[in-house]
Design a protein around this ligand. Structure first.
Ligand code: FE
Ligand code: CA
Length: 533
């Protein structure tokens, strides 16, 4: 210790007298780093990226923030030294009853993000949190623990959203989600888009001329700094920050957090896998840094993140969060949609990888005492037939490009006698509410799917009048509703009924648009399939 008084520092880090009130520091932080910056000061607010919480359990959750006084500058405008951030957890919104707190190190290795894993709290109740450093105080976030394991729970509400292209629309859907009385948010992916600045001029978007509302900083992103800067730009959005501050989230990444339509070690451009993996590692590190994830999801030096996991809301709902990117087989047909025939049925093809698939089947048991199971994943399972130039084609990136894996999963659900499984996902930039059956449909409904439209990707939708809409509705009787308006899915889960609402905003090209319900469906417990609400 050169310039710093050790005793004062230990006190500051919660290790000295008075530390009893505070949670023990994470083992890795128990040692004061030699290069600690003891008295940081900031010319601008270091909390401009907001706060977040996630991964709730019955006894705790993760609290997140990142110090970045200049979010778009290299290093977020931070001094490249570790420094201590104070966190506080209260039982009330005004912080009259602070029950936990401590100091956590924000390190340059992780872009001065912090992930506090709080434990030992009471189940099934809300908490409020905030951070402080150098005289600056963050906004206040609200979060909650899950109900106690096995407790009787009568109702859980959550939002499903993702696909938030910054240039193509305002994130008003996130503001509306922040206003919903929900227990949690599931983000299915496409949190950022990797594309470069789309320019100031008119461009074509979904066959219509479009001018960017906002612009990506810089070109297509490859390096860790690029990915950090893109996350910082998105996270500067006040509507997105409001949704993070309103409820705990469970996040999952899809393709655009790294690169369009990537699959395991393979990108869409034919890049050598050993090079793509370097880019993937950079993208996943930045993703970890910006999300309220547990340390168990910290990327390995090889660039792998552990993302499939479960959470339960007492005896009401068991959620299985899936990872359909890191372990999947490469897309058929070079990633182009098509009619894959026998190739799609190759049993060697996988969407989840053998280990995750076994883990999922193991967790999908009818005797586990939960009223409902939800598969929270990324891309559609509905196997929608689409018409293109007189030809019938299927998505190569969704489960329809992985029919053997789809058969195994739906087959397991059916054979296990599980009539209480609902799936939620996104990626298609349209709402799709569907019954799930094997293959092209044999009349036996196995599960039900709410696929959420985008928050902003694709900009304002046209609604239900385009040719794609007419063709797709006509070809797929198991598809019960669709629209390309932007928005999110709201699920209201009760003991006997699961209600899913397709929420839409008529415009994302203007801020502050109200939300309305395009369509609502109910799934009856024990009877798979969507019924009009
Ligand atoms: Fe997307
Ligand atoms: Ca996607």
């Amino acid at each position: 210790m050169n310039t710093i008084d050790r005793r004062r520092l230990l006190g500051m880090l919660g290790l000295g007298a008075g530390a009893a009130l505070f949670a023990p520091l994470h083992a890795a932080l128990a040692q004061v780093p030699r290069n600690l910056l003891a008295n940081p000061t900031f010319e601008r607010d270091p909390f401009q990226l907001g706060v977040a919480s996630g991964e709730p359990a019955p006894d705790g959750f993760v609290l997140w923030t990142r110090l970045a006084p200049h979010p778009l500058e290299q290093g977020g405008g931070m001094v490249m030294q570790p420094m201590a951030v104070r966190w506080e957890l209260a039982e009330d919104e005004s912080f009259a009853r602070v029950i936990r707190g401590g100091d956590v190190l924000a390190r340059p290795e992780l872009a001065h993000s912090v992930h506090v894993e709080v434990e030992g709290l009471a189940p099934g109740r809300p908490y409020w949190y905030r951070f402080q450093i150098g005289g600056a105080v963050s906004q206040v976030g609200r979060t909650a623990t899950l109900p106690a394991a096995g407790a009787r729970v009568d109702r859980v509400r959550f939002a499903v959203a993702g696909c938030q292209h910054y240039e193509e629309g305002y994130f008003t859907a996130w503001r509306r989600i922040a206003e919903e009385p929900i227990d949690f948010v599931f983000h299915y992916g496409d949190y950022i888009y990797e594309y470069g600045d789309g320019g100031a001029g008119e461009r074509m978007l979904n066959g219509r001329p479009f001018t960017n509302l906002r612009r990506h900083a810089g070109g297509e992103i490859y390096s860790l700094d690029d990915y950090r800067r893109r996350h910082a730009q998105y996270r500067s959005d006040a509507d997105l920050q409001a949704a993070h501050a309103a409820a705990p989230w469970f996040v999952s990444f899809d393709d655009h957090e790294i690169d369009n339509n990537w699959a395991a070690a393979i990108d869409q451009d034919g890049t050598p896998p050993e090079l793509f993996l370097l880019r993937r590692a950079a993208g996943l590190q930045a993703y970890y840094e910006h999300m309220p994830l547990r340390r168990s999801s910290l990327p390995t030096p090889q660039g792998h993140m552990q993302m499939f996991r479960r959470a339960a809301w007492g005896d009401l709902l068991q959620a299985h969060f899936l990872d359909t990117r890191q372990y999947r087989s490469d897309q058929l047909n070079n990633g182009r949609d098509g009619d894959f025939g026998e190739a799609g049925l190759d049993p060697a093809r996988t969407m989840l990888g053998a280990r995750q698939e076994a883990w999922l089947h193991d967790g999908l048991r009818p005797d586990d005492g939960r009223r409902w199971h939800v598969l929270a994943h990324q891309v559609g399972m509905a196997n929608l037939a689409m018409r293109r130039d007189g030809e019938i084609i299927y998505s190569s990136d969704q489960w329809s490009g992985y029919m053997s894996a789809r058969r195994r999963l739906l087959g397991h659900i059916e054979e296990a006698g599980m009539t209480n499984v609902v799936t939620v996902c996104g990626d298609a930039h349209r709402h799709f509410a569907s019954d799930l059956m094997q293959d092209e449909g044999d009349g036996k409904v196995i599960s039900s799917e709410f696929l959420a439209t985008s928050v902003s990707s694709g900009s304002d939708g046209t609604g239900e009048s385009d040719e794609f809409h007419h063709n797709t509705r006509a070809l797929n009787p198991h598809l019960k509703a669709m629209t390309d308006k932007r928005g999110y899915v709201l699920c209201d889960v009760g003991r006997d009924h699961w209600r899913g609402d397709l929420k839409v905003l008529d415009r994302v090209t203007v801020p502050g648009e109200p939300v309305r319900t395009h369509a609502g469906f109910v799934v009856e417990h024990g009877r798979p399939g969507l019924q009009s609400a």
